[in-house]
Every structure is written in structure tokens, then in C-alpha cells.
Design a protein around this ligand. Sequence first.
Ligand code: AMP
Length: 178
Amino acid sequence: MDKNFLLLNLRNIPDFPKPGIQFKDVSTLFKNAECLRQIADETTERYRNKGITKVVGIESRGFVLGSILADRLNAGFVMCRKPGKLPAETRQYAFAKEYGTDTIEIHTDALNADDVVLIQDDLLATGGSAMAAIELVRSFGINKIFCNFIIELRCEGLKGREFIGNRADIDSLLTIEE
Ligand code: AMP
């Protein structure tokens, strides 16, 4: 994986969705076949021998790499979605974001206590979304949880890794200090 190549292809959108936010737009990585292949190859290698049985993708950008990983790791794929999108019985978790608040939910029959789970999302900022997904996964009695991000944003006010602490084994491909 060529980190500089990926960073050169990542689009930054200032002041989106509100003033002061530097939005890291991974759609420019996803649309580039070489970027997508490098991201998928590198992430697959990092989790190949972890015994992952389910990949949980956080809506919606976590669905892209998450489903590729599930296929390559011979694991199932589970969607963590915004409220009202999943049709069967769900459990929910509300959390604070870098901009605003949000709630995510997961089907109550999506996971089992013996699953080894990899949570995937495009970006770690405050860690609020990941923490919500971790809490949902933990509510199934699962303790072995990995979390993967394409980008880890770090600055004075953003310390997602510390926020999550030892609740999950965290890894990211690209760290951006701002
Ligand atoms: P957080 O819950 O604060 O860790 O925020 C992570 C979630 O919000 C991810 O699902 C990201 O897609 C999105 N997000 C937060 N901040 C940014 C940012 N600066 N650029 C792109 N996406 C972001």
C-alpha cells in the first residue's frame, strides 16, 4: 500500500457539512480502482488470521470496504444503519458526533455471542459512531472486537482512539494530523 498515493487521491472538502469541518471525501478513493484495490488488499492482510466471523459496516461508507472484507475473510456482513432503515427487530444506540448527534441500529438476530467481529467505517474522528457500534456488538455478549478505519483524524479535540480505549482493537490505514 502506498500511503502517499492514497493521500494524494483523497479529496478534502473544507467547511462541509458545516463551517470548520474538513471533510475527508473517501468517494475519490473508492472510485479509483488502484486505490480501492490497495485499501482492500492491505486491510485484508491485517485481519487474515484474526478469526473474524462477521464484519459490521457502519452506514453508509463502512458498507463499501466492509463488504469486500467480509467476502475476502470468508465472514458474514452485517449492516449498522440509521434508524428506520432495517425491517426486522432492532436494538439502537444514540451518540454524539463531530457535527451533531446520531443513532444507529442493528438487527437483534445479526450476531451471536461466539462471533469475532470486525467493525469497519471510513473514518475515525471523535470515536462516537464507532463506540455506538461497539456497544451494540457488546450487547450480544461479544468481547473480541476489532475496529478498522481507512482514515484516523487526529487533532487537539479529536482523540477517538483514546475515547474507545481498550473496548476494541483499533487500526487505521492513514493517520491525518490536523
Ligand atoms: P466520529 O463518530 O466523530 O468518530 O465520526 C466518524 C463518522 O462521521 C464516520 O462515519 C465518518 O464518515 C463521519 N465523519 C466525521 N468527521 C468526518 C470528516 N471530517 N470527514 C469525513 N467524514 C467524517
